[in-house]
Design a protein around this ligand. Structure first.
Ligand SMILES: C[S@@+](CC[C@H](N)C(=O)[O-])C[C@H]1O[C@@H](n2cnc3c(N)ncnc32)[C@H](O)[C@@H]1O
Length: 285
């Protein structure tokens, strides 16, 4: 589905205590650490399967069914299932994005990474998202605000909300996210929000609501594939007390490193979009 764009469906955020209480210590590991309720199976071809450990039996499409306890005791090791070999990994941000069920076009890794850095999102923050789509940014934000922050994600389409909610649940982050079926341009109910991230066709129309919702010094990010959208968004930002207004494009080139012929990959990532950032202030010069 392309980016050709433009009520209460809400899974209320569950207390962070629930999230903390579900963490388990990895028995028998060299370095005791935390095992999440989802693990990643990586096969020899590089294919990734995100597996939720909420159930006692785990099903992997095309592979089979097996006991979750086998996964928990195999973190960092090889596991044989249904005649196939997998490495069992704790899921990273990259893994969570790679294993999303896709609907509306998702943000690329490079753009997700820049947003997290530029809006300075950290544990305990309250972040609002405008346009959850498939939930790639929702998942990345929820992971960043763990264990006691929250993400409030607005979308006006049930199909996007349902998909993003399912992806957040698969990543074991449901307790941190509230979904709202609403048009983010017509207002953001939250106040004193640490950061707001927009991925909409007309983000400029949501800037007044974003300014109202942000705390002083709070961060705004907006992603747009086209320069015309950027121009309108920046004009709307400049019409309000915001500082540090910057627009960037991130260009990523992966390298193929081998014995002979080290060079950029032919499968280069093409154009994704532009990122605009700003910070709310109460007074300007
Ligand atoms: C491209 S998707 C977002 C993708 C998401 N950032 C991701 O990485 O998975 C854009 C979403 O914005 C939603 N949307 C568009 N206009 C909106 C508005 N005014 N208020 C709330 N949601 C809106 C669409 O329904 C769609 O789900």
């Amino acid at each position: 589905m392309g980016r050709q764009w433009p009520a209460v469906a809400s899974s209320q955020g569950v207390a962070a205590a629930r999230f903390r209480s579900r963490r388990k210590t990895l028995a028998g590991a060299q370095h005791p650490s935390v095992v999440p309720e989802a693990l990643l199976l990586l096969d020899a071809s590089g294919r990734k399967h995100l597996v939720s450990l909420g159930e006692s039996m785990v099903r992997i499409r095309g592979v089979g069914i097996f006991e979750a306890t086998r996964l928990r005791s195999s973190v960092g090791r090889r596991l044989e299932v249904g005649g196939k070999s997998f490495l069992v990994l704790t899921p990273s941000r990259r893994d969570l994005r790679d294993t999303l069920e896709r609907g509306p076009q998702t943000l690329a890794h490079k753009d997700l990474a820049a947003i997290l850095y530029e809006i300075d999102v950290s544990a305990g923050n309250t972040v609002v998202e405008g346009g959850c789509g498939s939930g790639a940014l929702t998942v990345a934000l929820a992971r960043a605000v763990r264990p006691d922050g929250r993400v409030i994600s607005y979308d006006r389409k049930d199909s996007s909300l349902d998909l993003a909610r399912a992806n957040v649940e698969r990543a074991d982050l449901a307790g941190l996210v509230e979904f709202r079926r609403d048009d983010v341009r017509s207002g953001i109910a939250e106040r004193d929000v640490d950061a707001i991230a927009l991925d909409l066709p007309d983000p400029w129309a949501a800037i007044p609501a974003a300014w109202e919702a942000l705390r002083p010094c709070g961060h705004l990010a907006s992603f747009s594939p086209n320069m015309e959208q950027v121009k309108e968004t920046v004009a709307a930002i400049r019409a309000r007390p915001f500082v540090d207004v910057r627009t960037i494009e991130i260009i990523e080139r992966e390298m193929e490193v081998r014995d002979v012929g080290v060079r950029p990959s032919f499968a280069a990532l093409g154009h994704t979009g532009y990122l605009t950032f700003a910070r709310k202030v109460l007074e300007t010069f």
